[in-house]
Design a protein around this ligand. Structure first.
Ligand code: GLU
Length: 292
């Protein structure tokens, strides 16, 4: 066993589509190639956005593609105390503050201008909690395994919401606390999350949590150049083996792994065994946003 631990962390707002398959497959191959573990976390922190049954569908889809995870699934809906403890620590460090401002009030600014940093601007209204991005780590710099050095100035980031006015936890807190809880060494995920990473790096730094390595993957777009997503009605991945095999082959090709043509209808386990053996993340062309 190496020290490598990867994860796939879908939000169960719907079934997985081809874009999510790319993220799941790349993180799986990267972990297996390193003889590491690959964990699954269901990011169900926002119940109104997560229809019942979607998480079960995701588990079945992953199994159909042979993407078997290690250990128990971590469900974020069960993690409230851990997120609360993190927020308390940030508050004690002076790095989190309550905010009663509404989006409408600061709509003329590109990012939230930090009006509540030194105390609530208006009392008696519901409050969210925000991160003080002007105090912790700056500038935020890290090396992405595919996109190279990333450098963000906190002045451009804004004070991201940690806990919403409706009491739900924000993605940034949950992802950072749980990547640490699960001992994740390597995060492999879509390019759309790259610009969330600076807040996550700030939070890791503030909470003294280990910093994983990051590999962001080029996004897959549809024929109209839009990101594949549930909003754009990207079709759900099938679970039927005859349909799964060629789609797995297409996903390997989209990751620039050049799977042999004769593998197109090969059993899933055979395709995955080949792909683990030949996994070469450096072959992924970062600039390409290819068509599905
Ligand atoms: N839950 C996020 C999503 O489905 C991914 C989180 C992550 O990989 O950091 O977009």
């Amino acid at each position: 066993m190496t020290g490598y631990r990867g994860r796939f962390a879908p939000t169960p707002s719907g079934a997985l589509h081809f874009g999510s398959l790319i993220a799941a497959l790349a993180s799986f191959l990267d972990a297996r190639r390193a003889e590491g573990e690959w964990l699954l976390r269901i990011e169900d922190i926002d119940p109104p956005r997560c229809p019942s049954g979607a998480a079960d569908t995701i588990l079945r889809q992953l199994e159909a593609f042979g993407l078997h995870w290690d250990g128990p699934v971590l469900w974020q809906h069960s993690r409230d105390p851990a997120y609360a403890a993190a927020l308390e620590r940030l508050e004690a460090l002076g790095l989190a503050y309550p905010c009663s401002c509404s989006r409408k009030q600061w709509r003329e600014y590109p990012i939230y201008p930090g009006w509540c940093r030194e105390g609530l601007r208006e009392r008696g209204k519901p409050t969210a909690w925000r991160l003080r991005s002007d105090l912790g780590l700056r500038p935020v710099v890290w090396q992405d395994r595919l996109f190279g050095e990333q450098r963000f100035d906190p002045a451009d980031l804004g004070d991201v919401v940690l806990k919403r006015k409706d009491g739900l936890w924000a993605y940034q807190v949950a992802v950072v606390v749980d990547d640490a809880e699960q001992g994740i060494s390597d995060v492999v995920r879509g390019y759309d999350l790259l610009d969330n990473t600076p807040w996550q790096r700030q939070l890791q730094h503030a909470l003294r949590l280990p910093e994983p390595r990051y590999l962001h993957l080029p996004l897959i777009t549809n024929r109209d150049g839009q990101k594949l997503s549930k909003q754009n009605l990207a079709p759900a991945l099938p679970c039927d083996d005859r349909a799964v095999r060629p789609l797995l082959h297409r996903a390997l090709a989209a990751l620039d792994q050049a799977p042999p043509d004769e593998f197109r209808m090969a059993p899933v386990q055979e395709q995955l065994a080949w792909a683990i053996d030949h996994w070469e993340p450096n072959r992924i062309r970062p600039e390409a946003h290819r068509q599905e």
